[in-house]
Design a protein around this ligand. Structure first.
Ligand code: LLP
Length: 468
């Protein structure tokens, strides 16, 4: 499968490593995999079923009895498997923003993953889930484009490793703790995501240090004796192998500029997961090979070993999560039939934000598993027209073919484990949903539904003595 041909310098940032032998083999693998996927598509049953009665062998009714609706349910074994899939990388650093429930963080920690934090809150969360502030491979890394004051105070106080996404971060950190090693997040000048809103590279992105400013930033770091021990690039979320592969070349160039002090390179996150019939996984072996080649080339240049990190969020948790809702009304609006469920964009914002598609299934209370289907629009309870789960980017309402169902039946929004509960809000004074984790046959409540009292607990009425 491997071609021993000369590197074709000039494509993909002109870096030999990317376009040489290994890349050719990766492209071939990609091509073969695409063909296999096509065949699988044609002959295999759809992985997304329109009806379901259980999640990981636990009846839906039982889950709802325990947590009510709307309810997030996670399959622990799936998360563990996804971490194992990435074992070729030296470090799996979970981007906890995807799903930061303490139990999920704890589960990742027990599987040997370390964690990325983007705020003081995420640092404290990681600690609450058992990650220590300092240690080999930096158990917690703060990656951001700014330090707000609480975050700066916290990283200094606890000695958390920082990955700087702006020149100002270097200065502000250096002024507080000169001499500390740092890593730099580089914007390589291009990016890609499943939506323009999740593209984190290029001139329209606020993220990272612009690649052409790296040399200046090294001088800036030098001013405070901050050794630059690593580089990090994350070009977007929900991208594809082609775009991810481009980063390798940019990394090679940036790391060569930094030189001997580079001990870690991070490929960032961005691995896509299937949300629709026909979506495919990235060929992880090919992806690893690309990065491993960069790492090895770099090791030759710097004369010591270089650690290769990956920073997935979605890949670890998306498929493991389900949002169970109950249908509360079935309305006709002219030609359209609406299933109105008790979860809204306060529970799952991805459809309204990005027009994101989530597979859906129905669990009928009468036990029927083979009902006729019909085209429906699925909406939530919020007092806003955009509260629709079947919409495309730009807010265009569309329909979905789903089984016939009525009031009291459950509608499960699938692949909701990444950027689901974490992006929940109290809009319309809706409480944050409960969360359950299924692991080793046990169903654990890992977040209680928020109570009304908790929701208003931080609010104050100035003239409260005048209340009746
Ligand atoms: N590393 C960095 C620096 C990031 O900014 C992100 C995601 C990740 C890693 C993890 O990316 P992932 O592997 O999950 O693609 N709310 C959006 C996604 C926003 C991603 C933000 N950053 C969504 O629901 O699709």
């Amino acid at each position: 499968m491997v071609h021993y041909q000369e590197p074709r310098v000039g494509i993909y940032d002109g870096t030999e490593v990317v376009v040489g032998k290994v890349f050719v083999s990766a492209i071939e693998r990609y091509f073969v995999l695409s063909c296999i996927s096509l065949l699988v598509l044609i002959f295999m049953p759809d992985p997304f079923q329109l009806t379901r009665r259980e999640i990981v062998d636990v009846p839906l009714e039982q889950l709802v009895q325990q947590g009510g609706t709307p309810l997030f349910v996670y399959d622990g074994a799936m998360i563990i498997q996804r971490i194992k899939d990435l074992a070729a990388f030296d470090v799996v650093r979970y981007a906890q923003k995807a799903c930061s429930n303490l139990a999920i963080l704890d589960l990742c920690r027990r599987q040997g993953a370390v964690v990325d934090a983007v705020s003081a809150g995420e640092i404290l969360r990681a600690e609450a889930a058992g990650f220590v502030a300092q240690g080999t491979q930096h158990p917690i890394v703060y990656t951001a484009d700014i330090f707000d004051i609480p975050a700066l105070d916290l990283v200094v106080e606890k000695g958390i490793h920082v990955n700087c996404g702006s020149p100002e971060m270097i200065t502000q950190f250096g002024e507080r703790v000169p001499g500390q090693p740092i890593t730099l997040r580089i914007n390589p000048g291009f990016g890609h995501g499943h939506s323009q809103k999740t593209n984190t590279g290029g001139e329209q992105s606020k993220h990272g240090i612009w690649h052409e400013d790296l040399a200046d930033c090294l001088i800036r770091a030098e001013r405070y004796q901050l050794p630059v021990t690593g580089l990090h690039m994350h070009i977007g979320s929900g991208t594809d192998l082609e775009h991810l592969a481009e980063v390798c070349g940019a990394m090679q160039r940036a790391a060569t500029l930094v030189g001997d002090s580079v001990a870690t390179i991070s490929a960032g996150g961005g691995l896509p997961t299937p949300y629709k019939t026909g979506d495919v996984y990235v060929d992880l072996d090919a992806y690893f090979e690309l990065w491993d080649a960069v790492r090895k080339r770099l090791e030759e240049t710097v004369g010591h070993s270089v650690v290769l990190e990956i920073e997935p969020g979605r890949y670890l948790t998306a498929e493991a999560g389900y949002l169970i809702t109950e249908i509360r009304a079935v309305k006709r609006m002219g030609e359209n039939i609406f299933y109105l469920v008790d979860a809204g964009f306060n529970d799952l914002a991805r459809p309204i934000l990005y027009g994101a598609y989530h597979p859906m299934s129905i669990c009928r209370r009468d036990g029927c598993t083979d009902p006729a289907t019909r085209e429906v629009v699925v909406g939530g309870p919020l007092c806003e027209s955009g509260d629709i789960f079947t919409q495309t980017e730009g807010g265009y309402v569309c329909t979905r073919e789903l089984p016939e169902a009525g009031v009291g039946d459950f509608l499960v929004i699938e692949c909701a484990g990444a950027y689901g509960s974490v992006m929940g809000s109290n809009y319309n004074s809706k409480p944050l949903a409960a969360e359950l984790l299924i692991q080793d046959g046990q169903v654990h409540t890992i977040r209680e539904r928020q109570t009304f009292e908790q929701m208003i607990s931080t609010e104050r009425i100035p003239l409260s003595d005048e209340l009746p």
